[in-house]
Each structure stands twice: as structure tokens, then as C-alpha cells.
Write a protein that binds this ligand. Sequence first.
Ligand SMILES: *Cc1c(COP(=O)(O)O)cnc(C)c1O
Length: 393
Amino acid sequence: MSYNVNEKGYYGEFGGAYIPEMLYPNVEELRQNYLKIMAEPSFQEEFNALLKDYVGRPSPLYLAKRLSEKYNTKIYLKREDLNHTGAHKINNTIGQILMAKRLGKNRIIAETGAGQHGVATATVCALMGIECIVYMGEIDIARQAPNVARMKMLGAKVVPALSGSRTLKDATNEAIRDWINNPVDTHYIIGSVVGPHPYPDMVAKFQAVVSEEIKSQLLEKEGTENPDYLIACVGGGSNAAGTYYHYLDNEDVNIIAVEAAGKGVDSGESAATSVLGKEGIIHGSKTLLMQTKDGQITEPYSISAGLDYPGVGPMHANLYKTGRAEFIAITDDEAMTSGLELCQLEGIIPAIETSHALAVFEHKKFKPDDIVVVNLSGRGDKDLQNYIDYFKL
Ligand SMILES: *Cc1c(COP(=O)(O)O)cnc(C)c1O
């Protein structure tokens, strides 16, 4: 049994491409070409060179001594926070901008909620001199002013989505409308392992560099490629997919996926999709989805803007359903406490998304000789105001 995608674009019963007919030519062009393009030596060469010299890869695998002592186990941190732009998202946007160029596209669109994916997209568009339009809900534009300013400085046009709840899902609708109207010259850069096939697989493959590096770095440090546990936070699931990718079918390696419980799984203000979700279709893929009895998508909540998504990628829905991964839900308070703890034990200020992954150590006991790798998906600069408000700093 494999936990990777099958040739039809499914992970078990999840995935596929449930799209309006008018979007079919765009998605089909990508589906027919993405594996072929990714396999080209010139693509691999350009992708790897940019990851090295522009993003700063490989990111270190750091043995966190004081954190390990506190929890009496061996904890390694995979330092995606040290990447250019401060998180893992750039791995995917670099890959997709190269894909867009090879497909002959000269215009990029993207949607963004908190603005992190918008910034990563605007960055690679500036790098390549390609026009960039980012759709963003009007409410999110007001809430995320620093990232809006970053996108504008990088030369992107930020277009407000004025309909519905004026947040991420409305921005996504605007981006899809744009793509339907501009099928020939435009590529749509999706920011996580979500959306219709082939997006979840393509994004996972661009992020897979994370687990590829973990394997060789662990081999060097521990004499084995295999940790006992891999831990990552899950919003849409891209940093987790990258962390797990080369270990998916190796069941000697335990996988832990961390979701945002918000104010508590049963509080009505949560983003714990796997526990609360039912099978449904969102953004073109069949997955687990938070919804009402009549199938209306429920607004998720988390203190962390990057985890506040009502669905989860199809790979993760399948990891949950099959039991391959253990899912743990972490509340706002638990995450904030663990984030501050990392600052004071290791001198690293993590993104609040990442702080959720770190809170696992308060929930689960590991053995002293277990090797536990946590993906440190991003740095906390962007979250400073949240930390200030929460801790009254
Ligand atoms: C966007 C983001 C996430 C959540 O997205 P995934 O696709 O689930 O990885 C997690 N951590 C950071 C730092 C982010 O910016």
C-alpha cells in the first residue's frame, strides 16, 4: 500500500479534480506536462541552483539540546525558518514560477489569506520579471497590512475580494474567475497541497526537498536516515507534506500531524479539520472539510492565520483516515506557551503555526533515545504583534 498519489490523482478516496468545465483546459494542460517538465535536467538544475543560492538551502538540521533536555528525548529542528522570506513557502513558489515559464506563461495570479503565500509569490515574480496579481479578501488586507506592503514593494498588484466574507475563500473564487478568463497566458500559483489534481502532488514534490535533506542530514549525524518521529503543523498541509514525503511508505517512521484546535476542538472556534471534518469538496478536491449538516463550509478559527483553513490537503485526509499519521489538536494557549518556550530555551522565535507543532511535547511522551524531527516551518517576525498582544509584552 502506498500513501502517495495514484495516477488518477487520488490518495485513497481523497483528491481528484472536481472543477468547473471552463477550468478544465488550464488544469489539464498542467496535468499533462508537470511531471515531464519536472523531470527535465535543465529544470532540475535551475530549481536546485535557486534553492541553494537564492533560498539558502540546505536548511540546517539542528539538535536542540536544551529543548531535548527538558523533554528527555532527542529533538532535531529542521530550520525552514532560515529560508529567504522566512518560511517553507518559497520552495513551492520557486518551483511553480519555473513551471510557469516552461509552460510559456507570462502572468501569475495567486490568492492569499494571511499574506505569506502572496509574499512568496510576489518574490519569485520579481525574481523572474513576471507580472503578478494577488487576490486577497478585503478584511484580510486590513488585518495584514505589513504583508500587503511587502507585496506592493515587490511589484505585485493586490486586488481586494469584496464578496462574501471577504476572506481567503472569496479571494480564491476571484483567482479562479481570473484564470477562467485568462487560460492562455496565466499560471495560477496555489500555495499549499490543496486544489485539484495535479496541484497537491506538484506542491508536495516541490516541498519534498525538506525530507530529502532530513534523510542525508540524519544519516550524517545519527548514522541512520530514519527518525522515530516526524512532527509538522498542518494548515493546508504543504510543510507537513514536504517533511513526510520520502518517509510516507516507510512505516518504521512515525508521523505526527498537528492541527489548530483554536479555543478548543468543541468550542465552535477551531480549525481541527481532521477531527471535525466530513468528506466534502473544496477548491476542486475531495477531502475532509469543516461543514454544517447541509454542507455549508464553516468558518475556521485559529490564532494562527496560516492554520485557519476549513479543509486539509487530500494526502493528509488519507493519512488520517488510514491511521498512518497520528493527528493531535493544539489550542491557541498551548501553542503560544510552547512558542515562548522555544524562544527562551533555544533563542529561536518561531511562527505561531510552528508553535503548534512544538506543543506536541506537552501532549505526548517520547523515549530518551527516540529521534524526533520537528519541522520549524517559519520564523516569528510576522507574528510579533500577536505575541505582544498575547503576552502583554
Ligand atoms: C503558511 C504556513 C503554514 C501552513 O501552511 P501549510 O501548507 O500547512 O504548510 C505553516 N507554517 C508557516 C510558517 C506558514 O507560513
